[in-house]
Design a protein around this ligand. Structure first.
Ligand code: PLP
Length: 427
């Protein structure tokens, strides 16, 4: 099956030529009011209520179609309602969904074997959310530090990067430098040192005999799709090897096809000790995350030392198996690379025409809007008016991460709308 067999090509009829305004219908207004009254306000969504989705197209309650240029922060890399993934979930729903890890079921072992092979490792620790995978990676690294490296108990240090985003647990936000994520949630766990992203000298200076791991995103997603200088990641690998430190690559957003490779680390020929995976691993259907590494590291976990009631459940494992099956073909990685080149050429052409910065790898781009034209949020509102859903980050930056199954004409259509919005703003 080719990648685009799975989606309808609605590029031509998605969005109108006149812009549709954002005046919501009665059902949408009622839903938004209910949301306001009863859902905690920890997000600030656009006023679009999605009722149906297929491929790269989402349809709102008022029947309007939009192009999804966010793909659930890469959770729907394979598009909405992918037939292979939905069928895997359906079939498993009819068999068994959860046994707990107190007993075996017949989906986890093949899922783990497939995922390990896909990323070139031996062992999989299954979890649910991305933040849990990060927490698990931290626990494994500390235990490895005490039991294998010989760091004195309670003194393990982990080096993290400025501008990081690794999730929302108290430990993880404790080493964030984003005040919104961090302020008001302390006290925080000790044992983390922060160095500037992309700065090898600072990292070398931060490593001590107590350092057990370096935790990094090979590309920083939430920070605005920041790509470190070429050579930095191999340099980090060399430092980690030289100082007997684990390299933990958080590929929760960058991994599983998004950048045109299975793992973003591959672009620099780097092999991490532990990979943290999530988001797309659940096919946009169920939360599935994992820590993937070799047995000499993950082997420090023994019965009772770590776990999760839902981690590795039968439904999640069945969907994860199907995701691994899609990625094993290589079609999605190739497609993301091809479409990414197309997207990049279009975005580069807008530099000086409303954009002041473009960064991308594969089908993943961070674009900086000229601050004189408006905020990223304002641009997102205008894009939504023209039928394209995207997400701003850090003031004037937008992230584009359409589902990899998006067609050329849908992608072009979405980028046409960006061009239109920028032209409107420059008028
Ligand atoms: C790089 C990275 N790590 C971890 C997470 C946390 O994942 P989750 O929201 O599933 O906990 C995210 C989420 O955006 C992420 O981008």
């Amino acid at each position: 099956m080719t990648v685009t067999d799975t989606t309808r090509d609605t590029g031509a009829d998605t969005g109108s030529d006149t812009g549709r305004g954002t005046v919501p219908g009665a059902a949408t207004r009622a839903l938004l009011a209910q949301n306001d009254a009863h859902v905690a306000h920890n997000y600030h969504p656009l006023d679009v209520v999605i009722a149906h989705a297929e491929g790269a197209v989402v349809t709102d309650l008022d029947g309007r179609e939009h192009l999804d240029f966010l793909a659930g922060y890469s959770a729907t890399n394979f598009g909405h309602h992918h037939p292979v993934l939905v069928e895997a979930a359906r079939a498993q729903l009819d068999r068994v969904t959860l046994t707990s890890r107190a007993f075996h079921h017949d989906q986890l072992a093949p899922f783990a074997a497939g995922l390990a092979a896909l990323v070139g490792k031996q062992t999989v620790l299954p979890m649910n959310t991305g933040a849990e995978a990060v927490e698990s990676g931290i626990k494994v690294a500390r235990k490895w530090g005490y039991e294998v490296k010989g760091v004195p108990d309670g003194q393990a240090e982990i080096v993290v990067m400025a501008g990081n985003f690794h999730g929302r647990t108290t430990t993880v936000v404790g080493f964030s430098d984003d005040p919104d994520a961090r302020d008001g949630f302390g006290p925080f766990a000790p044992g983390f040192r922060t160095v500037p992203y992309g700065d090898l000298e600072a990292l070398a200076a931060a490593i001590t005999p107590r350092t057990v791991a370096v935790l990094l995103e090979p590309i920083q997603g939430e920070a605005g799709v920041l790509i470190p200088p070429a050579g930095w990641l191999p340099g980090v690998r060399a430092l980690c090897t030289a100082h007997d430190v684990l390299l933990i690559a958080d590929e929760i957003q960058s991994g599983l096809g998004r950048t045109g490779r299975t793992l973003a680390c591959e672009h620099e020929g780097v092999v991490a000790d532990l990979y943290l995976l999530g988001k797309a691993l659940g096919g946009g259907i169920v939360p599935v995350s994992a820590v993937v590494g070799d047995a000499d590291v993950l082997g420090v976990l023994r019965p009772g030392t770590h776990g999760s009631t839902f981690g590795g459940n039968a439904l999640a494992s069945a969907v994860g198996r199907a995701v691994v099956g899609l990625l094993a073909t290589g079609d999605y990685q190739r497609r993301a690379a091809e479409l990414g080149a197309r997207m990049r050429a279009r975005l580069d052409a807008l530099l000086g025409e409303g954009l002041v910065g473009v960064r991308s790898r594969g089908l993943w781009a961070g674009i900086d809007i000229d601050p004189a034209l408006g905020t990223g949020r304002e641009v997102c509102h205008r894009l939504a008016d023209y039928g394209v859903l995207a997400k701003d980050t850090h003031g004037s930056t937008l992230r584009f991460a359409p589902p990899i199954v998006i067609t050329e004409s849908q992608l072009d259509h979405g980028l046409d709308q960006l061009e239109r919005v920028l032209a409107d703003l420059r008028r």
